[in-house]
Design a binder for this molecule. Structure first.
Ligand code: NAD
Length: 698
């Protein structure tokens, strides 16, 4: 089966791409197009050429597996030059989505036709690069330049109907080929349109446009390198000739390609896809049908979780023991939907449709027909066990029994029912209707079909599911505990919460550990520490300031006082000198000398132990791959995608660097360092062999 087919009908040749699954513009397709173009140009009977696809997509763009190198000739820009310089008119019949190089291919053709509501886009910026096959030079010449700039900088898919000037015709799918043939026939004998001859004039308006776009980038894409380079490239379309603009685009493309950010973002692209793969589960494992869901507990998490299902058109029944709590939970869900409607994200009809999918009950007997139950009650083992025992009695055989516990032992919960094979952890992140991550926790006895069903369900409710094993905090919270501990210890040693938060914010997270703690509620961490005394009581410095704050009722944003102070109705943290006084007093009591702490030390001490814990998690097989940890951190904790996740960051800077700094703090921080900075065996082993986390299998 060829990836490019070639046919001649009357005086028109049709080149159609057929590289399954998405016509990624691999070397084979590029060569196929060049060969087919040569045949068409050589054939005196051929007067015009159509390029199209035999698949649902026109083309998804570059074959990014080729980014690692090899003999790639002919490169896409060379192929596009052949098309653009063709002496016979070339029409792109864009039958489906055209993205990245796929859209650039269509842009190099002399005419384009497409189908109604088709989507096209230049998503390269999401891979830390820019369109490198003329997209930044051709698109602003062919459509309104401000629209072109937005498409390139945002990478967002765009409906063809909003950029109709790019197409000669936009038709129904059944009419596409006929439309392309008409356009091709009409072009015969006429001068071929030349994008390269279109001149763009740089004016004050374009200066304003670029300035505004840069401001938008610094607000919305803080820390990313590629978006500004995209702007530079589009600017070159105004400042330089077409030829020089292409050269400049090539230089800027290479500049982006060489950055750690491009490596990180490309790593992340593959990581997200890898997370969905479960090689240990047989391909023919069936899945269970999920048509109705129950949620136990309509609190913060239960309400948010329920919304995900209603949004996916799956009926949900919420159970609370007290009618008042049920009413409160349902009212909050309605309020959330009404707020979305106010912002124009939902119509009032949609609000009502979703609310009719949500029903409430106070009786377990009403759960006899559900296919999945997700428990989201208080984080207390005795309460969880009571709930699971009740579920065991009423749920039908084969119903999946899931817990949203953050820290409790899933296997102990599973042991409280007669069907532990049906028990799984579905760990949502707060706010559960917004955060994309779903940690799917496999217990010792969880059945394969339950895991497979849960992974598919994650997709159905538009989450990214990552399979993890049972341990304290699973992957995400186990690692964040270490990071929070270190931030608290740094405060005790003399750094201010603002300094620590700023270092982390500048590194790229949306907020630092203290702002995050105040937002989540300092009491959450406090209760976790209470339940883990055996592991931490040997260290009296462990989150001691936070403990005192909670004991004094300062639990964070929800009461206007945590590590920071908050004015009524505001989420803006205000530094509080009292907290520094507490830290000073505690430090003196514990004989810890307060000192000036550098930003570098803050960053290393927050991030490296977190990576080290990630290494332990990998070694124990709690995560399947280091890239899964990265997915958890980007989608669950706002870790900057341009760093690829903590494990990719470590691979990028080198594991020996992480190891040597861990050892340094192990030595220099006395007993504290000896205990908490012990390098993971895996980190030591990989660093010594000059290896990376990527590719490690437990
Ligand atoms: P919450 O206190 O807001 O809600 C718990 C709800 O469960 C309350 O409405 C309560 O009335 C109800 N409830 C308690 N016992 C019940 C029972 N026996 N039967 C029925 N309903 C009962 O708590 P939350 O923050 O939503 O947390 C719920 C679970 O989700 C916990 O296990 C928690 O660890 C986990 N979790 C929380 C977060 C978070 O950020 N809040 C994140 C991930 C997971």
């Amino acid at each position: 089966m060829s990836v490019v087919n070639y046919a001649v009908n009357e005086n028109i040749s049709v080149i159609s791409m057929a590289g399954k699954p998405v016509n990624a513009l691999s070397k084979a397709i590029r060569m196929g197009i060049v060969d087919a173009m040569a045949s068409a140009l050589d054939n005196d009977n051929v007067e015009a050429i159509i390029i199209t696809s035999e698949l649902a997509l026109f083309s998804a763009g570059a074959d990014i597996s080729e980014f690692s190198g090899g003999d790639l000739s002919p490169m896409l820009p060379e192929v596009l030059a052949v098309i653009e310089n063709s002496t016979k008119p070339v029409v792109a019949a864009v039958n489906g989505g055209a993205f990245g190089g796929g859209l650039e291919l269509a842009l190099a053709c002399h005419y384009r036709v497409t189908v109604n509501h088709n989507k096209v886009g230049l998503p390269e910026v999401h891979l830390g690069i820019l369109p490198g096959a003329g997209g930044t030079q051709r698109l602003p010449r062919l459509i309104d330049a401000s629209k072109a700039l937005q498409m390139i900088v945002s990478g967002a898919p765009t409906s063809v109907n909003t950029i109709s000037e790019l197409f000669v015709q936009i038709v129904d799918p059944a009419d596409l080929l006929a439309s392309a043939v008409t356009v091709a026939k009409e072009a015969v004998g006429k001068a071929i349109p030349a994008t390269n001859l279109i001149e763009l004039n740089h004016s004050n308006d374009t200066d304003t446009l670029f300035e505004q776009t840069r401001a938008q980038v610094s607000a919305k894409m803080r820390g990313f390198f590629a978006p500004n380079k995209c702007i530079d490239a589009v600017k070159a379309a105004f400042d330089l000739s077409f030829e020089d603009g292409l050269k400049r685009e090539g230089e800027l493309f290479m500049e982006c390609m060489k950055t750690p950010q491009a490596r990180a973002q490309q790593h992340f692209f593959f990581s997200e896809r890898a997370a969905a793969s479960l090689p240990q589960i047989a391909k023919d494992t069936p899945t269970r049908d999920i048509q109705k869901v129950a949620i136990i507990g309509a609190g913060t998490m239960g309400g948010g979780i329920a919304m995900n299902f209603a949004n996916a058109n799956i009926p949900v029944v919420l159970l609370e023991l007290e009618q008042a709590n049920l009413d409160k939970g349902l009212a909050l869900i309605r309020k959330n939907y009404e707020n979305s409607a106010k912002k124009g994200k939902l119509t009032q009809d949609q609000v009502e449709e979703r609310m009719t999918l949500l029903t409430g009950t106070t009786k377990y007997d009403d759960l006899s027909d559900v296919d999945l139950v997700i428990e989201a009650v208080f984080e207390k083992m005795s309460v969880k066990k009571q709930v699971f025992e009740a579920l065991d009695k009423v749920c039908k055989p084969g119903a999946i029994l899931a817990s949203n516990t953050s820290t409790l032992d899933l296997d102990e919960i599973a042991a409280s029912v007669s069907r532990p094979q049906d028990v799984i952890g579905l760990h949502f992140f707060s706010p559960a209707n917004v955060m994309k991550l779903l940690e799917i926790v496999q217990g010792a006895k969880t059945a394969d079909d339950v895991i497979k069903t849960s992974m598919q369900l994650a997709k159905r409710i538009k989450k990214v599911g990552v399979l993890v094993g049972v341990c304290f905090g699973f992957v995400g919270n186990r690692m964040i505990e270490v990071y929070g501990r270190e931030a608290n210890r740094l405060m005790l040693e003399g750094a201010t919460p603002e300094q620590i938060d700023k270092v982390i914010f500048d590194y790229g997270l949306p907020m630092g550990p203290f702002t995050m703690g105040d937002m989540a509620g300092l009491d959450i961490g406090y209760f976790v520490r209470q339940s883990r005394k055996a592991f931490i009581e040997h260290d009296p410095s462990y989150c001691t300031v936070a403990n005192e704050l909670v004991e004094a009722g300062r639990v964070g944003l929800k009461c206007g006082k945590g590590v920071y102070l908050y004015e009524q109705g505001s989420r803006q943290p205000i530094p509080d000198p009292t907290v520094l006084d507490i830290a000073k007093r505690k430090a003196a009591e514990l004989d810890i000398e307060q000192r000036d702490i550098s930003d570098q030390e803050i960053l290393e001490r927050c991030i490296f132990p977190l990576i080290n814990e990630g290494a332990n998690i990998l070694l124990e097989g709690i995560a399947q791959r280091s890239s899964d940890i990265d997915v958890i951190y980007v989608y669950g904790y706002g870790f900057p995608v341009y760093r690829g996740g903590p494990m990719q960051y470590a691979d990028e800077i080198g594991l020996e660097q992480v190891l040597s700094r861990m050892k340094y703090y192990q030595e220099s921080l006395g007993e504290y360092g000896q205990h908490w900075f012990t390098p993971s065996t895996l980190l030591v082993e990989l660093a010594e062999k000059n290896k990376k986390f990527a590719g490690f299998k437990a």
